[in-house]
Design a protein around this ligand. Structure first.
Ligand SMILES: [Zn+2]
Length: 271
């Protein structure tokens, strides 16, 4: 009798989870793709650390990150903008940005159309982070209210008023299961945010945005001269440090080229 019950229950369990369609582990996203969204030459690194590294050249990257979750795709960071592709002269003075591959072509390589993306979010509104926002007119933009309302020097809106938007005032648990959390980390810009992603095998990953630009600046808590608020920048770095200690997350620093060079790139992924 008992044996039959166990067999019956085992049969039900097998029916509940068809082969190949196992649900993702609770509280985690399925995959994280690192997509190349730009390569930068830095003529003078001291812009990011007043009085330090004066005249020292360096290299930056700006990556995009596609997160696959059972509820849909979230694209974190939107790079330089695919229109920069095929322009060898590049763009920008403080960082001269170039684009080796388009975001659209790299999404296509993994079978994703821009219209498949449900949410887009960038750490902030600088041009090396939101360039491709126009590729995703249907995706819900997750942005801090303070960032959305931050005026440009010309007084024009940073985002098209018709773009669907959710204006945040603090952290957001995007999928409601703790797998992907936007973290309010203001200072670089008024509504800067970072992201914490939990994956089944890789564990937790916290991606900085421009709360820190590269490893050395993080280690010494250096604040770039052009951040809008130095004190809030420092407080956000301390907040991130506390979350890293608490979650044991890996810390991925957005523009750090040596770190990026060591990461697997799309179509490979972290799971
Ligand atoms: Zn940046």
């Amino acid at each position: 009798m008992k044996k039959h019950l166990i067999i019956a229950l085992a049969g039900l369990a097998a029916l509940a989870v068809p082969a190949g369609l196992q649900a993702q582990a609770p509280g985690t996203a399925e995959r994280l793709y690192v997509i190349e969204c730009g390569q930068g030459q830095v003529p003078d690194l001291s812009r990011w650390s007043p009085g330090v590294n004066v005249g020292k050249t360096s290299q930056y990257v700006t990556n995009c990150y596609l997160i696959k979750h059972a509820q849909g795709y979230l694209l974190w960071e939107l790079g330089l903008g695919d229109e920069l592709f095929g322009r060898p002269e590049g763009r920008g003075a403080f960082t001269r940005w170039r684009l080796a591959r388009t975001l659209a072509s790299q999404l296509d390589e993994i079978g994703i159309k821009p219209s498949d993306v449900k949410y887009v979010a960038a750490s902030h509104s600088h041009g090396d982070h939101i360039g491709n926002v126009g590729l995703f007119p249907q995706a819900l933009l997750l942005i801090q209210k303070a960032e959305y309302e931050w005026p440009t020097t010309l007084g024009v809106a940073r985002y098209k008023p018709e773009h669907p938007v959710k204006k945040l005032e603090g952290d957001l648990d995007v999928f409601g299961d703790g797998s992907v959390t936007l973290l309010s980390t203001p200072g670089h810009t008024p509504g800067h945010q970072s992201i914490l992603i939990k994956l089944p095998k890789t564990g937790a990953v916290l991606i900085s945005g421009d709360a820190a630009h590269f490893q050395e600046n993080w280690n010494f808590r250096r604040v770039p001269s052009f951040n809008v608020d130095k004190d809030r920048s420092l407080a956000s770095m301390e907040r991130i440090a506390a979350i890293l200690a608490h979650t044991k997350a890996q810390f991925w620093i957005h523009h750090d080229k040596p770190q990026s060079d060591a990461q697997k790139k799309s179509p490979a992924y972290y799971d």
